[in-house]
Structures are given as structure tokens and as C-alpha cells.
Design a protein around this ligand. Structure first.
Ligand SMILES: Cc1ncc(COP(=O)(O)O)c(C=O)c1O
Length: 473
């Protein structure tokens, strides 16, 4: 830290002026979540490490600084050199800030799952951003890992590679861990954090366990991520969970991994923002949801620290947008909503679907056996993520295609499928469904971010018939 006592500039003597923004990284505050504790009947002390007060607004400023300083020490970086990194945003912001201060050009590679605000953020610091499709496997040349590799070669760039760089966990070992230890007077009993690269949880855990091996370290994880035993299939919360195990994954340091759904993550982020006046993102919501479980189990003398990696400002168009939340089936807008129609239909049958590799003959068979005229085409097996829906097949279209050429019967449906069905949330208004069914014969209903059922015009007609006399809106 160089706070205004720089020996070279007598004018700063006795002032409290940081030398540069880099000196403001770290030393983030801890704050109690008292109202959340009351609401959830928590008797232990629950406190949140507010990484939002870092200059880039996230915990990633710490590894960004450490990775660049280490690369300079190792002779891998010199002024004017380019830095290339695939990042969901926060590491990019950290690297961009450090790069501005130390004279590097940055190129960031991101997936199209990331909120658009995050792309603008990086461009605001003068960085270049390349956006790649999320729906391709990691070894596809279009995947963000592969594009980053190609750009590194083409520009002869330095690649911090936060997923394999030991200076990522080292930054948290050197700063986050000691800060929490100091701020809690060594009384911390549980530490809860989300894991992406695992830099935060591993670096912090290693430091805390060195001080007191009894401290419980718990990872919060999206329920589809591999850390909590999932398969790495898509989920919506950003920045955490993986479909592979990064270098810093060190399970011997973790006492538990708690799987959290997208729904729990987003609703908890909104709850913390509304109840505590602290705007946190979806991954912060996920960490707090896990911390609430931990803190409920903990005794009254325990002190649970949860790390909040970033602010909800980066997710205003998603987590804090009621329409977006309702469309994924995370919010109920009115009692007169799609779920009332599904309930009236009787017990909701399992979602009818076909896989992209099923044949047209298979699809026709499913439609005939179940008396339906549209099917979504979904990858993998249920329960599907919304991102695993790749298209739809329609009886009428198939009939025309088979009439033109009977060989179509044996083709995989992905060769003939149409666009995805428009989606509607299970809690969205029936009036909205009526409007949407004007343009499409069927809608895909989402609940908790997942496809639940197909809603057709005849479902609505039956519902209106059964409830005739009541007002709809
Ligand atoms: C929003 C957010 N939360 C949590 C994390 C996880 O931190 P780590 O990569 O240190 O495991 C990240 C990582 O990018 C993130 O962007």
C-alpha cells in the first residue's frame, strides 16, 4: 500500500491518497446479514465478505493483479504486449484495470450466455471483446476456449489462464484469507463461497485452515455443475460451476459442496438486495443460499462468512428483470397464469419430446401415441435445461416433408426440425399466452428455468370452457 506517503513526492506527505487504483484492490469489508438471519431463523452469526468494493466491483481484481505482477516478475509481460483471456467478465474487468495502469492491450473472449452489460464494461476500459456461442462443446473451434487459444497464437499474446494459473489461488491465499481471519478476530468457524476456477475457495481455504484446521469450508455450486456431482449440463447462473475440474480444485480442502438451483440462486439474490439493501449477483445469491443452509445448522456461537463475488448491477437485464425472471418460470405474475391451465388439464404429464438424433418416424410415433401435433426437440435426457432445446417438429410440416420425399422418414429430426417453440413462464398471465398463440400453434412452458410442458390452443379452449363465466386477465 502506498497511501500518500510516497517518499518521492513530498506533496503527498500526510495525505490519504492512493497511488493508483491498484492500491484499492482488496481490504473489502465484512457485513452482517441480520435481516436475512432473522427471516431464516439463523442463530449463528452470518456475515458477508463484500467483494463489490474492489475497484472492478468483484473478487477477480485480486487474481488479476497477482497474475499480471507474477508474469512481469517471470519476464512474460512487458509494456505494449497483448493479454488474451477467456473470461465471463469479472476477471476481464480486473485484468483490464491492471492492464490500463501497466500498459497492456487486452482481448477478452466470452460466451453469448453472459449479460450484455458485462461486454460493455470491458469495452469501457478500452479492451477488445470477442463473443462466442455457449452451445458448442469445449473442443469445437468456435468454443470460447479454442478461440482464445487461436487469438493467443495469432497475436503472440500472454494468456494469464486463470483456470490453471497458480497465482489465482495464491492471490486469495495472500489477501482474502488473511483479511477474513483478521476481520473476524480468528473466530470464523465456516467459510462459504461459490467455485468457478476454484481460485477463491482454494486460496482462502488453504490460508484459513492453516490458522485453524477446524474451520469448515463449504463450496456452493450450481446443481448441474460437476463440483456437486452434476454432469456440467447448462444452467443460468453465471461465473460459477464448471463442466470440468480446474487446476485449483482441491477437494481435500472442502468439507462439503452444496448444490443450489438457478431458482434458489436468483430468488436469494433478489431477497438479499431487497432485505439488506445490498445488490448482489446470481452467483452471490447462490453462495448466500448455501450459507443460509450452513448457518441454520451451525450453533449460536458459530461465525459463518459467505463471500459475495460481485454486484447485481451486472445482471439488471436478467436476475433483476421481472419479465426475464417470469419468462423462465422463476416468478408468478398473477393467479390467472399458465399454471392454472396446466392444473385444469389434470396431472401434468412428463414433457413429450424427441432428441435431435431421433428419426422423423420416431417423432411421428410419439405424436400419434400421445395425440399431440408439436414436439420440442431437446438434447440429452430430462430434466432439460432451457438451453438444451434446439428446435421443434410440427405434424403439418412433417406431413408435407414426407409427402415430398418418403426417405425423410428415416432422417434425424435435426435435419428437418423447425424453430424452437416460443417460451412462456408457468407464472405468466393467461392473457399473454392467448396473444402468443395467435402467432404460434404451441408454446413451451418453462418452470424454474426448465421446460415443463407444451401449451396449445386447445389447452386454452378447454380451460376457458371449464371455467366459463369467470373473468380472465
Ligand atoms: C460472478 C462470479 N462469481 C464467482 C466466481 C468464482 O470464483 P473462482 O473463479 O475464484 O472460483 C466467479 C469467477 O469467475 C465469478 O465471475
Amino acid at each position: 500500500m502506498a497511501w500518500g506517503d510516497d517518499a518521492e513526492d513530498a506533496r503527498l506527505h500526510g495525505t490519504h491518497i492512493a497511488e493508483s487504483v491498484l492500491d484499492l484492490i482488496g481490504n473489502t469489508p465484512l457485513v452482517r446479514l441480520k435481516r436475512i438471519s432473522e427471516i431464516h431463523g439463523i442463530r449463528s452469526v452470518l456475515a458477508m465478505k463484500m467483494e463489490t468494493t474492489n475497484p472492478g466491483g468483484s473478487s477477480k481484481d485480486r487474481p488479476a493483479l497477482e497474475m499480471i505482477l507474477a508474469a512481469e516478475r517471470d519476464g512474460l509481460l512487458w509494456p505494449g504486449r497483448t493479454i488474451v483471456e477467456p473470461t465471463s467478465g469479472n476477471t476481464g474487468v480486473g485484468l483490464a484495470i491492471v492492464a490500463v495502469q501497466r500498459g497492456y492491450h487486452c482481448v477478452f473472449v466470452m460466451t453469448d450466455k453472459v449479460a450484455p452489460e458485462k461486454v460493455q464494461f470491458l469495452r469501457a476500459y478500452g479492451a477488445e471483446v470477442v463473443v462466442c456461442p455457449v452451445a458448442v462443446p469445449p473442443d469445437d473451434p468456435q468454443s470460447y476456449y479454442k478461440v482464445a487459444e487461436r487469438l493467443t497464437d495469432e497475436r503472440d499474446a500472454f494468456r494469464p489462464n486463470q483456470y490453471a494459473n497458480p497465482n489465482n489461488p495464491a492471490a486469495h491465499f495472500a489477501t482474502t484469507g488473511p483479511e477474513i481471519w483478521r476481520q473476524t478476530g480468528g473466530r470464523i468457524t465456516h467459510f462459504v463461497a461459490g467455485a468457478g476456477t476454484c481460485g477463491t475457495i482454494t486460496g482462502t481455504a488453504r490460508y484459513l485452515k492453516e490458522q485453524n484446521p477446524d474451520i469448515q469450508v463449504i463450496a456452493a455450486d450450481p446443481d448441474a455443475s460437476v463440483f456437486s456431482g452434476g454432469s456440467g449440463r447448462p444452467y443460468l447462473v453465471e461465473g460459477v460451476g464448471e463442466d470440468f475440474f480446474p487446476a485449483a480444485w482441491q477437494p481435500d480442502l472442502y468439507d462439503g459442496v452444496i448444490p443450489i438451483t438457478d431458482e434458489q440462486s436468483f430468488l436469494t439474490a433478489r431477497e438479499v438486495s431487497k432485505e439488506e439493501g445490498i445488490l448482489i449477483g446470481g452467483s452471490g445469491g447462490m453462495a448466500v443460499a448455501a450459507a443460509i443452509e450452513v448457518a441454520k445448522q451451525a450453533g449460536p456461537g458459530d461465525l459463518v462468512v459467505v463471500l459475495n463475488p460481485d454486484s447485481g448491477r451486472g445482471y439488471l437485464s436478467k436476475v433483476f428483470n421481472d419479465d426475464w425472471m417470469a419468462n423462465f418460470g422463476f416468478l408468478t405474475e398473477s393467479a390467472d397464469c399458465v399454471s392454472a391451465v396446466l392444473e385444469a388439464r389434470g396431472s401434468t404429464p412428463a414433457l413429450l419430446y424427441v432428441n435431435p438424433s431421433d428419426t422423423v418416424r420416431d417423432a411421428i410415433e410419439v405424436m400419434r401415441a400421445n395425440g399431440v401435433s408439436q414436439l420440442p426437440v431437446c438434447k440429452n435426457t430430462p430434466p432439460f435445461a432451457a438451453a438444451e432445446v434446439s428446435g421443434s417438429v410440427d405434424e403439418l410440416d412433417l406431413m408435407e416433408a414426407v409427402y415430398r420425399d418418403q426417405a425423410v422418414l428415416g432422417l434425424p429430426v435435426e435435419h428437418v426440425m423447425g424453430l424452437k417453440l416460443p417460451t412462456i413462464g408457468v407464472g405468466q398471465r393467461i392473457a399473454m399466452a392467448v396473444g402468443m398463440l395467435d402467432a404460434s400453434p404451441a408454446l413451451l412452458v418453462l418452470s424454474g428455468g426448465r421446460p415443463l410442458s407444451v401449451l396449445t390452443r386447445s389447452d386454452l379452449l378447454s380451460y376457458f370452457e371449464a371455467t366459463a363465466g369467470a373473468a380472465h386477465g
